[in-house]
Design a protein around this ligand. Structure first.
Ligand code: PHE
Length: 327
């Protein structure tokens, strides 16, 4: 073994023992750095007699290449090991449940409104909107309910001024629509209404969907057919729909519609409806001898109660997440 081989062995055993990248760098500096021992051997070449230069030079060069190769291989394998241990440290346990993302959802009443809009749209009704703060004229007068009318007592509530109130029903939208559009008319309109009521089936603020159809030959058969098929499309075809005579100042004749609740043991009223009163048509300048129509006002919470078997309407505004997440 010549000196070069011995040197190569020594350096190799040093490199073999190395544990981190810093030590690799130290060896590189000690051998191939500016003052490294291999570098000084290179420098020695020029001082040698020319017949020795070639042989010596080749050996120094081979040694230099050998060291470079060993250093870079060692560096690569160290890096690999570091990477491996890092992976092991943070290794994935596929059985740990992931972080829960809380995703919001559409409120159950909005879902019901959307479903009703869907059903009535398919029957040719267009969606319109009206204000929640109404004038006495739109909320009562134009709907054939003058100041002295006893029916006002049922709705007499939440006045903002002498002339303005929170609407007690969505029926003022009927008037607003007929003032703007000529028949034939088919509209629905959903929104909040306000009443001085509070118990298991009544809220001081709830949602109604108003419907109005005006045309030349509309009869109560159209009202019955439309409402019965719409309610069944919304609530299920097993539901029994009951029409009961009733009174509203703005329809004649008038009905209330109940739907079987909890396996027919009970009925829940879901809407009021009727044939639009001739006075209402006159109030918007329609000739009742030419135009007839029907109107209805449906309670959205009531529909949701029937759809999901909810017994207490007060659950809706309570907004308990446990309740809201059910739908
Ligand atoms: N506006 C009535 C109510 O809130 C319901 C209704 C609407 C009745 C349209 C007849 C026609 O009770």
């Amino acid at each position: 073994m010549d000196d070069f081989e011995i040197l190569a062995q020594t350096i190799k055993s040093q490199i073999d023992k190395v544990k981190d990248l810093d030590d690799i760098e130290k060896i590189r500096v000690a051998t191939l750095g500016k003052n490294g021992n291999v570098t000084s051997l290179m420098k020695k070449i020029s001082t040698l007699p020319s017949e020795e230069k070639a042989d010596f030079g080749k050996k120094v060069n081979d040694l230099k290449l050998k060291i470079e190769t060993m250093l870079s291989q060692k560096a690569a394998s160290l890096k690999m090991e570091m990477l491996k241990s890092k992976f092991l440290e943070r290794s994935l346990d596929m059985t740990i449940p992931g972080p829960l993302k809380s995703v919001g959802k559409i409120h159950v009443i909005t879902q019901v409104i959307n479903e009703c809009v869907d059903v009535f749209s398919k029957m040719g009704f267009n969606v319109v909107e009206g204000p929640e703060i109404e004038s006495v004229y739109y909320n009562f007068e134009a709907l054939n309910t003058p100041q002295w009318h006893p029916a006002r007592d049922l709705h007499d509530t939440f006045y903002i001024s002498e002339n303005l109130l929170l609407r007690t029903h969505t029926s003022p939208v009927q008037i607003r629509t007929m003032e703007k559009q000529q028949p034939p008319i088919r509209i629905i309109s959903a929104g909040r209404v306000y009443r001085n009521d509070y118990d298991a089936t009544h809220l001081p603020s709830f949602f109604q969907m108003e419907g109005l159809a005006i045309d030349r030959n509309i009869s109560i058969a159209d009202l019955k057919g439309t409402l019965e098929s719409a309610i069944r499309a919304i609530l299920g075809h097993d539901k029994i729909v009951r029409f009961r005579p009733h009174y509203f100042p703005f329809t004649e004749p008038s009905v209330e519609v109940d739907v079987s609740f909890e396996g027919k043991k009970e009925w829940l009223e879901v809407l009021g409806a009727g044939m639009v009163h001739p006075n209402v048509l006159r109030n918007v300048g329609f000739d009742p001898d030419i135009w007839q129509g029907f109107a209805f006002g449906m309670g959205m919470e009531r529909i949701a109660m029937l759809k999901y078997g909810i017994n207490d309407i007060r659950e809706f505004p309570r907004n308990y997440l446990k309740f809201l997440r059910l739908f």
